[in-house]
Design a protein around this ligand. Structure first.
Ligand code: GLN
Length: 458
């Protein structure tokens, strides 16, 4: 991470980042560029440096903010029409922490509206293009953030991961993407998708940068009762001591792209040569993770999105002649079809006739998945797996087939259900010139050691 020093000013770094953002405008990465604000903040940092004042660990570092983080700079739209025009009166804790260390937000990035999706094609503002092939998707939902880092516009970007939204776009664009243990980084001020699954994390080019960002962002927050005591910084001297790496037997099958399977084998070979033991794992419950996720997650979505009624936030339909019209037309015109699908499914699985058959069963499956990970981590220290079954796919290929899109999340959602951390790592390129990614999974609160371990595979 470049820290502003006498050789390069914060103003120069920020102006370069803004220029690059404009140069790559056709990728549709940003929903908002804060030119004036970012340059102003950079100058303030340069002045502090000139006066010999203390500047933070991220002083002058330009970054991109996924547009579902609240901050007073620009509108927070979550790439959804229904939030258009919404200016937040509060700032997310994660943003406050980054900015207290001198990081400078240059813009807000595109996502699938309300983070519902795996390609960034569900955005009201249109899709973001893949950094390596403009005919392919960026991945999602944090597609804009991933491409902003992959194209070197910014040093890092923020993301949210409810079922893979950091790890999958990171792997589609050849960079690192980290979903921490549930509760490590405060969710306060981040547009809620599914509150029991949502995690805040980052995109970077190196494990070292990821570690620095986690040091800055982790910690208990009185504004988010689900945050954990700050184990990340408390672990500063606790070194990675992994010796056994697990691989999941079921994930080595024809349905997984050959490039990904080969990359996994190549990494296992490197690990073996370094003296690690490779352990084969049977995790039969993981096949129920996707089904459980697509019940629990929409149930929580339906509840979280009920607040968008046309009264309090952003957009309101022109046809609001009475209260019922106001609600109905605002929600109908303001939500994308994927948002509506999830609200419908969520309300269905929670309804009195179906709660036991769907929601309760999914909640039980979730407990079994938690236990299966606990058992697995008795046999190995970390697990190395694919992030998704395929490489970046073509624009338009899956967007009209929700089930095909949901299958993208086959290998990523179980981590959110279990609350365990996962780091997507770059693992080479396919013959077609597309990035191949893998993920390292660890037990809860192993975040720091997991990032440290990633250096073995860099
Ligand atoms: N692709 C998953 C979904 O659409 C995950 C999204 C996310 O992590 N925000 O639910």
């Amino acid at each position: 991470m470049k820290i502003a020093n006498k050789k390069v000013t914060a103003e120069r770094l920020v102006k370069d980042a803004l220029e690059k953002a404009k140069h790559f405008a056709d990728y549709n990465i940003f929903t908002f560029l804060d030119e004036e604000g970012a340059i102003k903040r950079a100058r303030e940092i340069d002045e502090k440096i000139a006066r010999g004042e203390d500047v933070g660990r991220l002083a002058g570092v330009p970054y991109a903010l996924k547009d579902n983080f609240l901050s007073e700079n620009g509108e927070t739209t979550a790439s959804a029409h229904i939030l258009e025009g919404f200016k937040s009166p509060v700032t997310a804790t994660a943003v406050e922490k980054l900015e207290a260390e001198g990081a400078i937000m240059i813009g807000r990035t595109n996502l699938d509206a309300f983070a519902h999706g795996s390609s960034t094609e569900n955005s009201y503002y249109g899709p973001t293009l893949n950094a390596f092939d403009k005919g392919r998707v960026a991945g999602g939902s944090s597609g804009g953030s991933a491409v902003a880092v992959a194209l070197d516009i910014v040093e890092f970007a923020t993301g949210t991961d409810t079922g893979g939204s950091i790890r999958q776009p990171a792997s589609f664009n050849g960079i690192y993407g980290f979903k921490p243990t549930y509760g490590t980084v405060s969710r306060y001020g981040v547009v809620a998708m599914a509150s029991s699954l949502d995690c805040i994390g980052f995109f970077t080019k190196t494990p070292e940068d990821m570690n620095l960002l986690m040091e800055v962002a982790s910690g208990q927050d009185p504004k988010d009762m689900t945050t954990l005591p700050d184990f990340y910084n408390a672990d500063a001297t606790k070194k990675n001591s992994a010796t056994r790496i697990g691989v999941i037997k079921d994930f080595d099958n024809e349905a997984v792209d050959a490039n990904i399977r080969e990359a996994l084998k190549a990494k296992c070979k490197i690990l073996k040569e370094k003296g690690f033991e490779i352990v084969e794992l049977d995790m039969p419950t993981l096949k129920y993770a996707l089904a459980a996720y697509y019940i629990i997650q929409p149930a929580e979505v339906a509840s979280n999105l009920s607040r968008h009624d046309g009264v309090r936030y952003g957009f309101r339909s022109d046809d609001s002649s009475n209260l019922e019209n106001l609600y109905e037309n605002t929600r109908n015109e303001g939500f994308m079809s994927e948002n509506k699908r999830r609200i419908m499914i969520g309300n269905f699985v929670l309804s009195s006739g179906f709660y036991d058959a769907y929601f309760l069963k999914a909640a039980k499956a979730r407990t079994l998945i938690v236990k299966e990970y606990e058992e697995a981590f008795k046999k190995c220290d970390y697990i190395l797996t694919p992030v998704s079954p395929n490489l970046a796919f073509k624009l338009g290929e899956k967007v009209n087939d929700p089930v095909a899109m949901y299958l993208e999340d086959l290998m990523s959602v179980s981590l959110n259900l279990a609350g365990v951390p996962g780091l997507a790592i770059p693992a080479g390129m396919s013959g077609e010139g597309l990035p191949v990614g893998l993920q390292i999974v660890g037990p809860r609160r192993s975040d720091r050691q997991l990032i440290e371990f990633a250096k073995e595979l860099a």
